[in-house]
Design a protein around this ligand. Structure first.
Ligand code: ATP
Length: 375
């Protein structure tokens, strides 16, 4: 998928959207708690988190369907907190598409400009332009029930685009589609979004969707923002255990910090299983003997066959289970000291089965794989 990479704000650029400390409670429940976020021109931002973490409520406060109890919503430099939803310059794409069933594709796509009483030639131009963007020319006279799921979603996108909004809001927009079509629509929407340069906020609970589509991801938990960062940053440098666990498979181990003065390096002494080198110090004031927890992704680890008395860098253990998954295998290892670890092994052609169940192994992290977790 074509991507713009990290969005870097120019000095003279202003955010399209600013959320300033917005909060919302339903009864006793604090659903969104002091959320602040800037979305920059052309940027694609995903709100990601488990069910009930408050992401849809946040999106609905941007759209104006729900009023925040506290905080401000600023769009294009204007405070729109009190502005009703139909006067906000945002286009929202719902999971259910929300097309008008009795209207044709033309009628659906031209709905916004018609409501604004634009001239019929302007409406026709906007409908033609929007349908060409989503590659649905020739479908103008069909009704929604005469279209596939993917085509209905394209019509919904065209309707938002013809409405001329300065910002796009997508509410779990791909979750109704089967896996293959979902991937295709994600690519199409991202390419269209990049081409039009329209700032977009997507709500999703799907980590891969957020990683594949976004310039930045906002990870939410219990109504609060846990971390905001590029896909690479939130995946490889999570700011909390929650983010590390939520973003993917995650091995964790605790140990004692040890500084090797001769090697000028920090190590984590993990007791019976061995020690691993740390390339990042847990914090600037780290000291000898301090307890520390680290994490490493299964795909950032390698395995070697071991002699029982392995002395070098790495964690000794035994393979409990090997699962073949086509392009890769996963080795479920129990480290000495009874710590479970997963290691992903790429399956390359021509390689014989190198490892076997019950075999003694050493788990060796690839450079940069081990990340200290904040306490
Ligand atoms: P999901 O992925 O399941 O949609 P979400 O992160 O989008 O979850 P929200 O829809 O924002 O979560 O809901 C957050 C919490 O607020 C949930 O516990 C939900 O039940 C509650 N909630 C949402 N809307 C209302 C409402 N109108 N009245 C009362 N409670 C609500």
């Amino acid at each position: 998928m074509k991507k713009s990479g990290q969005k870097i704000a120019r000095v003279d650029e202003k955010p399209v959207l600013e959320l300033r400390g917005i909060s919302k409670s339903f009864g006793q429940m604090n659903v969104v708690d002091d959320v602040s976020l800037d979305v920059w021109p052309g940027e694609f931002v995903s709100l990601l988190g488990p069910s009930g973490c408050g992401k849809t409520t946040t999106l609905r406060m941007i759209a104006g369907f729900i009023a925040p109890d506290e905080g401000r919503v600023i769009l294009g430099g204007k405070d729109i907190t009190e502005v009703p939803s139909y006067r906000r310059d945002v286009g929202m794409l719902f999971q259910s598409y929300a097309l008008f069933p009795h209207m044709t594709v033309r009628g659906n796509v031209g709905f916004g400009p018609r409501m604004r009483r634009e001239t019929s030639s302007v409406i026709a131009d906007k409908v033609r332009w929007a349908l060409s963007l989503v590659k649905l020319e020739g479908y103008e006279d069909r009704r929604p029930n005469e279209l596939s799921g993917g085509q209905q979603q394209r019509v919904a996108i065209a309707r938002v685009l013809a409405g001329g909004a300065s910002m796009l809001l997508l509410d779990e927009a791909f979750s109704n589609l089967d896996a293959k079509l979902r991937g295709r629509m994600q690519e199409e929407v991202r390419e269209l979004q990049l081409r039009l340069g329209i700032a977009t906020v997507l709500v999703t609970h799907d980590q891969e969707e957020a990683l594949a589509m976004s310039d930045r991801i906002v990870i939410m938990n219990g109504g609060k923002v846990e971390q905001i960062g590029t896909p690479k940053r939130v995946y490889s440098s999570p700011s909390s255990l929650f983010v590390a666990d939520f973003m993917g498979r995650c091995n964790r181990i605790e140990g004692t910090l040890h500084h090797d003065d001769r090697a000028k390096a920090w190590y984590l002494d993990c007791g019976p299983s061995g020690k691993i080198k740390l390339e990042t110090i847990p914090h600037p004031a780290a000291r000898e003997g301090e307890q520390c927890q680290v994490f490493a992704r299964p795909e950032h680890l390698s395995l070697t066959q071991s002699a029982k008395d392995h002395e070098g860098d790495g964690l000794r253990g035994r393979i409990e289970r090997l699962v073949y998954l086509g392009s890769r295998s996963v080795a479920y290892v129990t480290l000495e000291g009874d710590v479970p670890f997963q290691v992903q092994l790429p399956n390359k052609p021509g390689l014989s089965d190198e490892f076997s169940v019950d075999g003694p192994v050493v788990v060796v992290p690839l450079p940069g794989a081990v990340t200290p977790l904040p306490k």
